[in-house]
Ligand binder design. Structure first.
Ligand SMILES: [Zn+2]
Length: 463
């Protein structure tokens, strides 16, 4: 059997042209299941022919339509015909780009050599926006090599190599960043009405930030470099992710500011930031909003340090024979620590830690020497936690109260963002090494893809 696919094109003037695209043949009676229906190779050939035919027709129409002089309507003479190549999802197409002499009416002094090429004005890039978007999305979701293989396997796209995916991903990242910077410079209306301001306070955005380390390429100045990841959450809004490698981005705060604005934040609105003890993170939020930030120390990071104290204490309590006072009293204080910090009594917790530390120092005198090491560890852990509380004093809150109000107290969700943004694309298991600039750009596209900000026709693949 034989099938021929013909394309019938009809212009607005009613002119019809028919082009034969491809012919498929099969044995009259198929012998295996594999021979039934269209093959991938045939489909790719068909798509490539269809694309070339459609595109050339469109471009020719465009050139003909724009040939006439806009001022006098005269058709200027043809100077020459050149060709332009356009990369598309369905193959690279070579199109004819006729050049016309500029109309005399538009030149008071006739100039020779002035030409007009309408096709060049139309084809402003070497590839279609759709190809660029698909390549960038694949490049953000998976490795450039895997992305190129997927494209090459399914579509007649060319070039489908990993360099092309990388450069398109980078190009799209630059566009996204430029759009963010532009958005960040726009003057946002300040809320004047007291009701509005109160409503804004009630629904204040929460920025959750966390750091992640990415392996650098061999020979780079450091083995690992840091990426800041996070999300902006606001009641009634879809979450907005952001990520940046601070060492390579000119205005890191502009990216965060754009993310906040995307969530409906306005100049002067209060913002809450939750992060671990790294002072650089709330400082970034501060410079993004140009005002004070309600900083909350992440409960998870605080709780981890309490756990360290509890674990060492647990080890000491397991020692035989049972502890003598005063370490026994220290145990009671350790048991209260978590409760005190959870309910915002951090001054009491701070004092308790001091007591535990000094008791532990005395403990080795009264108890046997075997527990000296454990007691030293307890002193060290208490000192660590005390220092942590001291350096984050302004960021400690009544976690219990905030939690009961249904508000976030932890960056655990930001850590989920780190996993989605960084680990799944750049983790060590994949043996990937990065340069900060490349990682930063992939992260821009990846955040946009995961947010669904990347065009409404974004391909839906699980990351
Ligand atoms: Zn003219």
């Amino acid at each position: 059997m034989q099938w021929t696919v013909r394309l019938e094109a009809r212009t607005s003037r009613g002119k019809v042209t028919t082009t034969e695209l491809v012919t498929f043949s099969r044995p009259v009676v198929v012998s295996t299941l594999a021979e039934v229906g269209l093959m991938l190779s045939e489909t790719k050939a068909l798509l490539a022919k269809l694309q070339a035919s459609m595109l050339c027709g469109q471009v020719a129409e465009y050139a003909a339509h724009h040939r006439a002089c806009a001022a006098c309507g005269v058709l200027p003479p043809l100077k020459d015909r050149r060709t332009r190549r356009l990369q598309t999802l369905f193959g690279t197409v070579e199109v004819e780009a006729p050049r016309f002499k500029a109309c005399r009416c538009r030149q008071p002094v006739p100039m020779t050599g002035v030409t007009v090429s309408p096709v060049c004005a139309l084809l402003t890039a070497r590839c279609t926006p759709e190809l660029e978007r698909v390549q960038a999305e694949l490049g953000a979701r998976t490795s450039f090599r895997d992305g190129a293989r997927i494209l090459e396997a399914l579509l007649p796209v060319s070039p489908a190599n990993h360099e092309s995916l990388r450069s398109r991903t980078h190009a799209v990242a630059l566009q996204l960043e430029a759009a963010d910077r532009q958005a960040a410079t726009e003057v946002m209306a300040v809320r004047n009405e007291p009701d509005e301001a109160a409503a804004a306070d009630e629904r204040r955005p929460v920025v959750m930030l966390d750091g992640a380390y990415i392996r650098a390429v061999p020979g780079y100045q450091v083995r690992n470099f840091e990426a800041i990841c996070g999300k902006v959450e606001r009641e009634g809004q879809p979450t907005r992710r952001f990520a940046l490698v601070r060492s390579v981005v000119e205005q890191p705060h502009a990216l965060l500011r754009a993310a906040l604005q995307g969530q409906g934040w306005r100049e002067g609105d209060p913002v809450t930031a939750i992060s671990d003890g790294d002072p650089a993170l709330p400082a970034l939020v501060h410079s993004a909003i140009g005002g004070p930030v309600g900083h909350i120390l992440d409960w998870f990071h605080l709780s981890m340090r309490v756990q360290h104290v509890e674990q060492v204490m647990g080890g000491l309590c397991a020692v035989e024979p049972p502890l003598l006072a005063p370490l026994d009293q220290a145990r009671i204080d350790v048991e209260r620590l978590r409760h005190l910090l959870w309910n915002g009594h951090y001054e009491k917790a701070y004092e308790a830690l001091g007591r535990i530390g000094s008791w532990a120092k005395d403990a080795t005198v009264l108890n046997n020497a075997a527990m000296e090491a454990g007691a030293k560890r307890l002193v060290a852990r208490c000192t660590e936690l005390r220092a942590y509380i001291e350096s984050n004093e302004g960021a400690l809150i009544d976690y219990g109260q905030r939690s009961r109000a249904g508000k976030p107290i932890s960056t655990s969700r930001a850590e989920g963002t780190v996993n989605q943004l960084v680990s799944a694309r750049m983790n060590k298991r994949r043996q990937m090494r990065w340069l900060p600039r490349g990682a930063h750009r992939v992260l821009q596209v990846r955040a946009a893809v995961l947010d669904g900000r990347f065009g409404h026709q974004a391909i839906q693949l699980t990351a």
